[in-house]
Structures are given as C-alpha cells and as structure tokens.
Design a protein around this ligand. Sequence first.
Ligand code: ADP
Ligand code: MG
Length: 681
Amino acid sequence: MKLLDKLNCSDKLTPLFSKLGIETNWDLLLHLPLRYEDLTKLYPIVDAKAGQTVLLQGSIIGCEVVYKKRKQLIVRIDDGSSILSLIFFHFYPSYATQYKVGKEIRVFGEVGVDYFGNKTMFHPKIQTVKDEKAEGLAKTFTPIYPITNKLTNGDVIKLVDTVLEHCEIEDYLPHSIIKNHEQLSLPQALLTLHKLTPKQYESDYHLKALERLKFDELIAQQLLMHNIYLNKHKNKASIITPTHKYIIELLKKLPFSLTNSQNKVIKEILQDMAKPTQMNRLLQGDVGSGKTIVATICALAAIENGFQAVIMAPTEILAEQHYLKTRDLLSDTDINIVWLSGSLTAKQKAASIELCQTTGQIIIGTHAVFQDKVEFNNLGLIIIDEQHKFGVEQRLLLVNKGVKDGEVYPHQLMMSATPIPRSLALSYYADLDVSTINELPPNRSPIQTLLIKNSRRKEIINFVKEHASLGHQIYWVCPLIEESEKLELENAKKVYEELSEMLSPIKVGLVHGKMKAKEKAEVMADFQANWTQVLVATTVIEVGVDVPNACIMVIEHSERMGLAQLHQLRGRVGRGSIASQCVLLYDEYALGEISKKRLKAITGSTDGFEIARQDLLIRGPGELLGQRQSGLPSLKFANLEEDLDMLHTAKNVAAELIENHHKSADEIIKLWFHEKQYLGA
Ligand code: ADP
Ligand code: MG
C-alpha cells in the first residue's frame, strides 16, 4: 500500500471520509487528533492546569443548584490537594440527589479557571468510585479526531491503525537534513502523532512530531513557489530596450533629479524588460518615495519600442491624478495618452476603447481598463499601482488582454506602498521579483505625529484655523465609523458642515466615495489649486493622492484604523518642504489593546518598513498577505505568526533540495500538493 493510494475502506465510510477531505492514505495520516484522552493517570487537583483534559478524583463536599445568569448545578469535590467545581447547565433533578456529600467520584474533562481563580470543569464525564482499591484505572489513552456526523472516532482510529500497519512510509527528506535540523523521521513523527503513549504525552513529544509536519509543509510550499516561479519566467514576452527618445527629455524636464534608489530600481526593471521572458516585478517603496516617476519612465521605454503601456490604479481619484500628471509631464511630446475610467460617458468610453485598439500609447485608468470590451493593439507593459488593492484574478484579466499570438505576454510591474518586510516578500510572493526603493527624496520635512484625545477636538479645530490662515492646507479624514458606508458618509458631511462654520471664512471642501467622479475631480482640483484650504475626506484619499502644499492631516477615530491604512493616510502630508503634522484623534473609551499597540507603533516611527514589521507582529502575516494575495494554498499545520523562523529554515532547505536532491523535492510536492491545481499555475 502506498501513501497516495486511495483509502481502502468500506463503501459506507468512503464518502464520510471524503467529506473531511480525506481521499488517500496520506490525507488520513495528516488528519491529526485534536487532543488525547488520558485515562491512565490520575492527577491531584492542585496539579491540573487550565486547558488540560485530565482525570481527577475526589469526594463530594457540596452540591447545589444556583441561579446565576442561567440555572446551573454545581458539584464541588475535594481530593485533599485542592477543590474543583463541576458545573452542569443541563441536568436532571435526580442529579442533585445522586451526588451526595461524601460520595467519591472520578471525573474527566477539561480544566478551567473561573473569575475568582477556582478550578472548574464543565459537564465532565463522571464515574462513581465504589471501592477505591478495587477499581483500577482504565488503561486507555485515546486520540480524539475531528469527525463528522456519521463518522465515529472509532472508525478513524481503526483505519489509521490499518494504514500505519500496511502502508510503506518512507522518509522523502535526506537523512542529513533531518539530522541537521534535529527533526524526527517522517514515519516516527506520524506514528507518534497517531499512537502517542502517555509517557510521550507527558513530555510533549507529540509537539516535536508536529514540528516535523510543519517543517515539511513549509518546505513543500517553498518548493511549490519555486515551481511557480520557474513557470512564470517561462512566459515569452517582447524585448524592450529604451532608445531614450522620450526618457532623456523627460529627465531634463523634471524639477528634481532621481534618487539613487530610484535609479537603481529603474535599472533593475529595464534589465528585466530587456529579456525575452515576461517580467513580474513588484516595486515597493514607502509612501512618497517616488514610485510614479519610475513607472512613467518604464512606460516610456515601452513606447520607445512601439508598444503600448497601461497604468491601472484602484481609485478614480488616484487614476485621474496619474493621468493629469502624466499628461502634464509629456505635454511637449506627441505621445497619445488615453484616459479610461468607469465615470466616462458611454460615448467617451467608446472613444477611449477605440484608442486602446488603435493609436493609444499610454492608457491610464481604473478597473475599467480590463473590462470586457477593452482590447489592446500592442500591449507591452502593464503597470498596476497600489497592487495590494487588486486581487490576483483582476491582475490576470488585464494580463490576458495583452497576450499576443497566444504566447507573448506583456511585462508586469506592480507597485505597492504597503511594504512587506523583505524576508516575507521574498518567501511569499511566489511569482514576483522584488525591487525596493529604500530612500525618500531629499529635503522632505519629517512628519510629526500627535496623539490627541477626542475631548480636545475643539483645540485641534483652532489649530487647523491658525495654519489655514497661514496659507497651509489641511486634510481632515473621517474614517469608517460603523460597518456602513452610509454612516461614514453622513459623518463626513456633518464634519464638513461643522468645520465650514467654525473655520469661516476659510474654504472647506468635501470629498467622499459616493460622489460622482466628476464632482470628486472638481473638489480635488480645487484643493490642488489651493482654492480650498481644508479638505474633509473619507478614506477615499487613502492611496496615492499628492498635494505637496498640504502639511497637516487630522484623522478622526484613528483607534479604528489599521496600521497600514494610517501610514498610507499620513503619507499624504510631508510631501513638500513645510514641516508637517499628523494629528490622530482617538476615543479613549474605545481604545482596545490592539488599537493601543497600533497607535504606539504609528507615533513611534515614520518608516514604512518598520511599520510593516510592527503590523506583522500585531496582525500576523496571514492578514497582511492573505491567501488571495499570495495565491498559494493555505497552511494546515504551520502558522506564519509562530513559525516565522522555521519559514526561513524551510526556505534554505528547499533551496538545498532543489540543488542536490531533485527526487526528494518532487516527492514532497507530489505528496503535499497532489491536487494538481496548484502545479504549473
Ligand atoms: P509614491 O511612491 O507614494 O507613489 P509619488 O510617486 O507620488 O510617491 O511621489 C511623491 C512626490 O515626490 C511627488 O510629488 C513626486 O513628484 C516627488 N518626487 C518623486 N521623486 C522625487 C525626487 N527624486 N526628488 C524630489 N521629489 C521627488
Ligand atoms: Mg503612488
């Protein structure tokens, strides 16, 4: 019998196991016990720890029905070492007479601790001890498996036993690796987990065995990513090498020179585009590090080679800003720039779509650029701004529109200001190469971040007034209050009215997500031109917006916002040479542990990478990356929050396997991901 053979069990059981996702012997062996029931050892109550499921024994010292929130029966037992309360929410009246004071009973269940520090057990299994000496302990130590309706624990145990007995389990990892990393062998680990002995249980040996599975799972994932990576680079693409027809002119025209970091990433990207295989590159750089100009230069390289480039951004405001800025920058060239967004009238849209298919050169827009009707003439480069706002599928839709002759792909450049710590980016973005801008343009004034209680809101309004009178510009952000956009909107409108009145004659603008694109654009243009000094906004301005004269940002209810979001928002100020401030208003009564940590992190640093690291600590990478983003199968045993160190080890081991042990590598991938859907993805 082989590990990947179909389960050999009765026709009745097969569908029941199938329901649990168990089809093969290997699946079954990875179906681990939730816990173990140890009836071989009697613990003194005093030694039983909260969370442990144990057997205890004592004589009843009290039994009463009490009415707390719910009616409940409490039976207390004492074994001389300590006292334990047994709690029943469901009980028959006869229970109260059955559990007489003085009676000796044995109970089995999970130990808990109540509000007062007393030990408790809810609905334990109970056995009366008639004659203590005569009654030996049961010899059973039982793994308890996750089961479904009709499948019993016994069914699972029986089948596991058969598989363990008859299946050839060989270790696919080379002995040297197992030894170097002090892991158990695979057969030993599986045997331990399913056939744990009480003695092993006591010394937590099953955790050691579990570690081996986590280790392998992470290695398998690394190997899989390597495969995906190789595959990605198999896609053909057009060679793009700049002729500098436009780029040199643009560089001359810029009012600044590029930072070393910008030059470095441009070089990396252009080198990649000069290859006959598809580029898949993530450009990360903190908010304000100047990714846009890098993107523009790469787009020009594509155009110099006769290709089209498309730039897609997640919000109308951001996309339009890109469009206007690009049009401005390239105003003295003959480049045909196309604007394509959902807000265009049907007629305008049709005209833009027509240009995509014909003479358009740089196409800039929102999600509209990958809608059904759009086709491209000769797409060479796709640029996706704030890529974390798009799903993998959306990315693919756009890419597929650019495939020529069924095999030549457009190059892809994705940009993100939500930096993922480098180690994680490298281990987690399977299909991406990463370029990082790690410095800000010079002469940026640092942003000072202030945490202010809500009760001092009036003072902050005065502070805003003072600055607005000096000609400075201010963002006032009202985030999501409830899980409802409507309320967010109402609140923003209220704040807008309040500020308009209190700050008069200073001009206040309002922008929110429910406005028509045209209205939004007008409000933004007014602010950009400094016709309005204060802009009340919902979180629509979170990404990308660039108004260098804005130097103050007030964020209401900052305690409700995520770290990355706060950092993004704050990045809207500090873009010019005026000293900038970010005021975080918070509701002290709504401040939980996590929000405290977040606010501490955001005031403690302005470095996006440091903030991402903190975010990782507070939220964990699962949320940071999300399965949707990584595009990988989720982990069953390993947990990136707790096993981050192991991830790094696994990465090295995977590299070693690829280098020296092909067979092992193949075997591991086959076993862990036999659902071929991920292979060759
Ligand atoms: P982000 O990386 O957040 O997208 P942007 O590309 O919007 O940042 O750039 C932020 C601001 O910095 C813009 O106003 C841009 O013109 C300016 N900028 C970009 N590169 C430089 C540079 N090398 N020196 C000075 N200013 C720069
Ligand atoms: Mg940007």
